[in-house]
Design a protein around this ligand. Structure first.
Ligand code: HEC
Length: 120
């Protein structure tokens, strides 16, 4: 009895650490995500750099949403965004778009762009 419960504990720990490793690994293919982001039309509202615009959609570059919340926004948009069912954007494709958005570069500081400097 004692032996079998120890085996069970070891099994649970092994499964737990395997799924923790999986969660830590980047799962999506960012290069494919870039293609999908353009072909699916996300860029039309969120911009080619994911920068967003007041009238069309918020910034999505380096999204802080967890992957499941990101997929949920695609399937059941919060407000005005059109829904993307799995037949249009599969979970795999959504993970690729997510990976693409996550690796987007941080934009330069506004003060480092001469045109944006206010003359004093
Ligand atoms: C027609 C315009 C439009 C298109 C196309 C569109 N979105 Fe959106 N998106 C929005 C708007 C507007 C919101 C704000 C919330 C809402 O209306 O659901 C939003 C919200 C989001 C959010 C949540 C942002 C946040 O941090 O709250 C994500 C992520 C997102 N969109 C990703 C995508 C992806 C990926 C695609 C392509 C598969 C896409 N959107 C296509 C308009 C659009």
């Amino acid at each position: 009895m004692k032996q079998s419960s120890l085996t069970l504990v070891a099994l649970v720990l092994a499964i737990g650490s395997a799924s923790a490793q999986q969660a830590a690994q980047p799962s999506g293919n960012a290069e494919h995500g870039k293609t999908l982001y353009r072909e699916t039309g996300c860029y039309q509202c969120h911009g080619l750099a994911g920068q967003g615009a007041i009238m069309t959609g918020p910034r999505v570059s380096r999204t802080e949403l967890p992957l499941d919340a990101f997929v949920n926004q695609l399937r059941h948009p919060a407000n005005q965004m059109p829904p993307y069912e799995a037949a249009i954007v599969s979970d795999r494709d959504a993970a690729d778009i997510y990976a693409y958005l996550k690796q987007m570069p941080v934009p330069p500081d506004a003060n480092s762009i001469p045109l944006l400097k206010v003359a004093r």
